[in-house]
Design a protein around this ligand. Structure first.
Ligand code: ADP
Ligand code: MG
Length: 303
């Protein structure tokens, strides 16, 4: 079984995944998506370092982090080409696309009937201003998020059209969402890690402000997850059809859970710090099961 591990954006996750793969009897080839080449004119055009002109059976991916639109598009293309050639890629690039684009996640989650804050996505400042005029007040602002954002970066509250940044500042897409007032004192929301339709670990995050990401100082806190929350998180992963992910939930003023987003390239060091289950090991187990299932030798009946 030839397995590639593309996890070049952080030592902690890379070494956990590497160790879990080796513990399962696999010697993974570490490579960076930045080093993958496409060379036409002879043999397999997709050249992945460490595979000698052949393709792996599976690729486990921590992140694609291209840096520019061009690099990201090429990397996604490479992953699509791997899938088309029968390679198991976790997460599948189609799922990554659905999750990285917050508007598509919102659309699919809403379409599946899963509770999520009302969301408005438009491509002109005038259309955004109309929505803000109609939907926002100082007491109930809208949240503006970067369409491809993560780690709680770049979010802001918008109460009047004047609060809207220019079109170029939002990369020409305004993603606006109703602000969910919390039920309790203080700022807390929830992260649920789901792998293959099962909850692996969950935590509450407690922040000093309304953005509670661990990268923004949110504190991982043990949480006795209600079954309603677990089932919402699992349904959200099914709506975007992702193999492993971190689902963000928020509890609204009525004590009901809503899905904020599904992360197809989640980090889990914060969650691991309060979890007994080894999250990387669970991801590797699910991934290898998928690789073995896809490459099971077919039995040809003797004639
Ligand atoms: N609609 C909302 N109402 C209230 N708080 C929100 C809302 N959307 C996001 N937040 C807060 O901001 C954080 C980051 O938002 P999220 O949608 O998860 O984007 P990111 O990809 O940056 O993590 C959430 O974990 C939550 O604390
Ligand atoms: Mg989030």
């Amino acid at each position: 079984m030839r397995v590639g591990l593309a996890a070049d954006n952080g030592e902690w996750h890379r070494s956990r995944l590497f160790a879990a793969l080796r513990a399962s009897g696999i010697e993974p080839v570490l490579f960076s998506l930045a080093d993958v080449k496409i060379v036409t004119g002879g043999g397999e055009p997709l050249r992945i370092p460490g595979f000698d002109g052949e393709l792996p059976d599976g690729v486990l991916l921590r992140t694609i982090s291209g840096g520019t639109f061009e690099a990201t598009t090429m990397r996604l293309g490479v992953l699509h080409a791997l899938v088309a050639a029968g390679v198991v890629v976790w997460n599948d690039p189609r799922a990554i696309e659905r999750c990285v684009d917050k508007s598509m996640t919102s659309l699919l989650i809403a379409r599946a009937g899963i509770p999520t804050p009302d969301t408005f996505v438009v491509s002109t400042r005038e259309a955004a201003a109309d929505i803000v005029r109609r939907e926002a007040t100082t007491e109930r602002p809208l949240v503006l998020k970067p369409l491809f954002g993560s780690q709680g970066k770049g979010l802001r509250l918008v109460a009047t059209p004047d609060d809207l940044p220019d079109l170029e500042e939002v990369a020409r897409v305004y993603y606006l969402q109703r602000f969910v007032p919390r039920r309790m004192q203080g700022w807390r929301d929830y992260r649920v890690f789901v792998c293959e339709g099962r909850v692996i670990a969950a935590m509450a995050r407690e922040g000093e402000g309304w953005i509670t990401n661990v990268h923004q100082g949110g504190r991982p806190t043990p949480w006795a997850m209600p079954t309603e929350a677990a089932s919402l998180a699992v349904r959200a992963t099914q709506a975007v059809d992702v193999s492993y992910s971190g689902v963000d939930l928020i509890e609204d003023g009525d004590g009901r859970f809503q899905v904020l987003e599904v992360n197809s390239m989640p980090s889990w060091s914060g969650l691991q710090s309060i979890s007994e289950v080894d999250i990387g090991e669970a991801v590797v187990r699910g991934f290898l099961k998928a690789v073995y299932a896809a490459h099971r030798p077919t039995v040809v009946a003797a004639s």
